[in-house]
Each structure stands twice: as structure tokens, then as C-alpha cells.
Ligand binder design. Structure first.
Ligand SMILES: Cc1cc2nc3c(=O)[nH]c(=O)nc-3n(C[C@H](O)[C@H](O)[C@H](O)COP(=O)(O)OP(=O)(O)OC[C@H]3O[C@@H](n4cnc5c(N)ncnc54)[C@H](O)[C@@H]3O)c2cc1C
Length: 416
């Protein structure tokens, strides 16, 4: 069923009884060409592009919970491509370009809103570093603008410009960045993949990976064994657990990241804003709630919830940046499990095990990567070689001494 203004109109007159389910609920078949573990944004996007771009349609996405129950439905929805390093920038810009046509492509309203992101800076050193990043972005054709304090004051008068420790001196703006409705992205890719014949199998946990003569031949699941020619892992925060089933020890640590949403307010924040003195980021949803988050909780965990000490720290950062926030009530908070890589950059690669492919290491930032990650992973699985924008995202880069360290903090996952 195609969605359109006309279909809404027609259904309104038919009592809204004619809408069909967005995807089927198939029972698993005994064998698929490709099985994707993880019905999050990346797994679903991979299935969609495999079927749409590369003509492989005998695919199953196997999800232990419900589609979108992981990080894709838990993030703070920021989409941007303001990276600096050559291994990252072309990949994220490719992703942003896919976002720009995604709603038409999927015939689904993912509420993509290019409202711009502003990264605030607080001292001369940080300004110079942002200038460098802005120049790198412009060299890639991404577009960047340096804002001084006076123009920021006009745009964002509610910020605390005069803070004694962290005075705001300016910001780096990427105008084409913004937000999207996170779970709509999962639903849009799921519906698109289902229409192309992909089986989306929910409530089906992968509990083991079967191998013959070293090569992967299928997965043991809570709904029985399912065979496959190729197995693709897109399990985000559970990557190390799933990898272990194939005997792989991966350069990933799982950490909790929390998100917070306030009561609905009249429109007041019309950009995404990030605080350079900490890691706080905030935007306003279309319903009016302020959506924000900051650092990870700082300990390894597979729990989808965080602790109060970090919640308190996030609130402190928020109020330091926008004092008026102290008057707003927080309504909801939740956590997600982040697949933190050693250098803060992702991995889209084959593994040393035959037929086993890997997509992980998204840290805080995998939501914005969803379309490109799916496209590039599908490219790798179908063609056996990396897409040109994802060539640097290799699993063996740590061994070879080529980490992609945007934050410049070394190979320490909890600092990225
Ligand atoms: C609070 C928070 C805020 C964030 N903010 C942003 C942001 O603003 N911008 C941004 O770009 N990124 C953000 N991220 C990161 C982003 O959400 C993730 O990097 C991205 O969603 C991860 O990819 P995914 O969607 O495929 O993961 P997920 O949605 O987690 O998908 C993985 C799926 O695998 C399933 N799975 C795991 N193990 C098994 C198994 N054994 N068998 C079957 N299925 C299994 C899980 O149930 C899950 O559904 C944020 C994350 C969090 C938690």
C-alpha cells in the first residue's frame, strides 16, 4: 500500500479500516541467501539496500525483540556530517545525501528536518580546532560556517554567554544537519524491505552460529536452526556477544548512553546545539519536548538503562549551557547499549571467518549513519568489496596502526 495525501483522504472516509499492516509476520524459512542479525536501523537498511540496489531478495532479518527495540528507537535523533578525518567525512556526507532523499525513496515520513547543528566553542584553542574541522568539511563540499559570539547571541539568546568558566565565544554551524524521527526510520526501512520480499522475523534471538570446515552455515535461534550462505552481524550493543558465538573477540566495548525528554514547550530551540565544554546536546522535537543527552555512563554494561549519577551530570551540563532549563520538567529518560569501538569510528568489513560479515562500532553516532551503513554493508555483502566511502572502516585498522580517531583521545573506547 502506497502512502499519499489521497490515501489518507480515502481512509478518512472509510473509517480508517482499510490500512494494511506495514510488514508481514513470516515464519522463518529453513535457508536464506543472507541472514542479518539485528532488526535495528542498520540491519533493516542493509536488507532494504541488498534487495533494492543489489537484487538479493532471499533475505531474513532476525531480531531478538521487536523491530526498533534497540538503539535506533532510543537515540536523540541527531543527523549530521560535520566530521574532519578523511576516513569518516565522505562516509557521513554520503549518508546525509541519502537522508535528503530518504522519505521519497521509502514513501515514508521519517520527519527529517534540516534545522542545522551548532557546536559551541569556549576558548581560542577550541575555535582553531573548529576552524580546522570546518575547512576539512568545506574541502569535502559539505559546507560549514563559523559563527561569532554576536551573531550567536542574536540566534540563541537563551544561552549562558557569560559563564565564568565556559564563556561561549562562537560556534560552528552545519546548516544541512538536523534531526529525524528515530523509530520512523526503522519502520520505513522495515516496510521498504518487506515490500521487496525480505522476511522480518521478530522475537527470534540468535543463540549460536553454526560453522562447517570453518565457514558459517547458519544460526541457531530460539525458533530453530536457520541456514544461510552469508551471515551479516548488525547487533550494535550486543556485537561482542554475537561475535563470541563465532569465536571472535572484537575491538568493541558495550557502554550505556542515556537520553532525556522534557514536557512539551512552545517552539524555543530551532537548531541542534552542542556544548563544547562538555558533551551536552539538545534539540526540540515536533511535539515540543526538549530532547537531550551527554556522555556515556562510563562503565561496561548490556543493560538498556543508566544510573542517576550520570543523569545528574547531564542536567548540570544542560543548566550550565541554558540556565532556563532548570525550570523545565523532565518527563522521560531511557538508556541504550552503545557499541563503542577503540577509536570511536565504525567497522563495516568481512571477518576472518568465511561467510561472516561485520557492521558495528557506531558509538554515539550510528543513527545518522543508518542509510550509508545499510548501503555500504549491502555493497560489501553483495559484491565482496567495500564501497569506496567505507574503505577505511576496516576491522584490522588497529592491528595495522591506522585508527580513525576523531576525538584525538587514543584507543580508549569510553573516551570517544
Ligand atoms: C541515548 C542514545 C542517544 C543517541 N543519540 C544519537 C544521535 O543523536 N545521533 C546518532 O547518529 N546516533 C545516536 N545514537 C547512536 C545510534 O542510536 C546507534 O549507533 C545506532 O542506532 C546503532 O545501530 P542500530 O540502529 O542497528 O542498532 P540497534 O537498534 O540497537 O539494533 C541492533 C539490534 O540487534 C538486536 N540483537 C542483538 N543481539 C541479538 C541476537 N542475539 N539475536 C537477534 N537480535 C539481536 C537488538 O535487539 C537490536 O534491535 C544514540 C544512541 C543512544 C542509546
Amino acid at each position: 500500500m502506497r502512502y499519499s495525501a489521497l490515501s489518507i483522504f480515502k481512509q478518512a472516509f472509510a473509517g480508517n479500516l482499510g490500512w494494511t499492516p506495514a510488514w508481514r509476520e513470516p515464519a522463518p524459512k529453513s535457508h536464506y541467501d543472507v541472514i542479518i542479525v539485528g532488526g535495528g536501523g542498520h540491519g533493516l537498511a542493509t536488507a532494504y539496500y541488498l534487495a533494492r540496489e543489489f537484487g538479493i531478495r532471499n533475505i531474513a532479518v532476525v531480531e531478538k525483540g521487536y523491530l526498533g527495540s534497540g538503539n535506533v528507537g532510543r537515540n536523540t535523533t541527531i543527523v549530521r556530517s560535520n566530521y574532519m578525518l578523511p576516513g569518516n567525512e565522505p562516509f557521513y556526507e554520503f549518508s546525509l545525501k541519502l537522508w535528503e532523499g530518504l522519505e521519497q525513496e521509502l514513501n515514508y515520513n521519517v520527519m527529517f528536518s534540516q534545522r542545522g547543528i551548532i557546536n559551541l566553542y569556549h576558548n581560542d584553542g577550541q575555535r582553531d580546532q573548529y576552524i580546522r574541522r570546518g575547512n576539512a568539511m568545506m574541502m569535502e563540499g559539505v559546507g560549514a560556517e563559523l559563527l561569532d559570539r554576536e551573531s550567536l547571541k542574536k540566534m540563541l539568546p537563551f544561552l549562558n554567554f557569560e559563564h565564568a568558566r565556559f564563556p561561549i565565544m562562537g560556534g560552528l554551524l552545519q546548516k544541512r544537519a538536523g534531526t529525524a524521527r528515530h523509530d520512523a526510520v526503522a519502520w520505513g526501512f522495515a516496510r521498504g524491505a518487506d515490500r521487496l520480499g525480505v522476511d522480518l522475523i521478530q522475537n527470534c534471538e540468535v543463540t549460536g552460529i553454526r560453522r562447517e570446515n570453518g565457514a558459517v552455515t547458519g544460526v541457531e535461534t530460539t525458533r530453530g536452526f536457520i541456514g544461510c550462505n552469508k551471515l551479516a552481524l548488525a547487533a550494535a550493543g550486543n556485537t561482542s556477544r554475537v561475535g563470541e558465538m563465532a569465536g571472535l573477540k572484537l575491538p568493541i566495548e558495550s557502554h550505556v548512553l542515556q537520553a532525556f525528554v522534557t514536557e512539551g514547550l512552545k517552539p524555543c530551540i530551532d537548531h541542534v546545539i552542542t556544548y563544547g565544554a562538555g558533551h551536552f546536546y539538545i534539540s526540540q522535537s515536533d511535539k515540543g519536548g526538549l530532547v537531550f543527552g551527554a556522555e556515556i555512563d562510563g562503565y561496561s554494561s548490556y543493560a538498556q538503562r543508566g544510573n542517576l549519577a550520570t543523569a545528574e551530570h547531564v542536567m548540570e551540563e544542560g543548566v550550565t549551557m541554558i540556565p532556563g532549563l532548570s525550570r523545565v520538567r523532565v518527563l522521560r529518560a531511557w538508556g541504550g547499549v552503545m557499541d563503542m569501538s577503540m577509536d570511536g569510528s565504525p567497522i563495516i568489513d568481512r571477518t576472518p571467518i568465511e561467510n561472516l560479515y561485520l557492521n558495528c562500532g557506531w558509538c554515539y553516532g550510528g543513527f545518522k549513519a543508518t542509510p550509508a551503513s545499510g548501503f555500504c554493508f549491502a555493497h560489501l555483502i553483495a559484491k565482496g568489496e567495500s564501497h569506496h566511502v567505507a574503505r577505511a572502516l576496516r576491522l584490522d585498522r588497529f592491528e595495522r596502526g591506522f585508527p580513525i580517531d576523531e576525538a584525538g583521545v587514543g584507543t580508549q573506547p569510553n573516551l570517544h
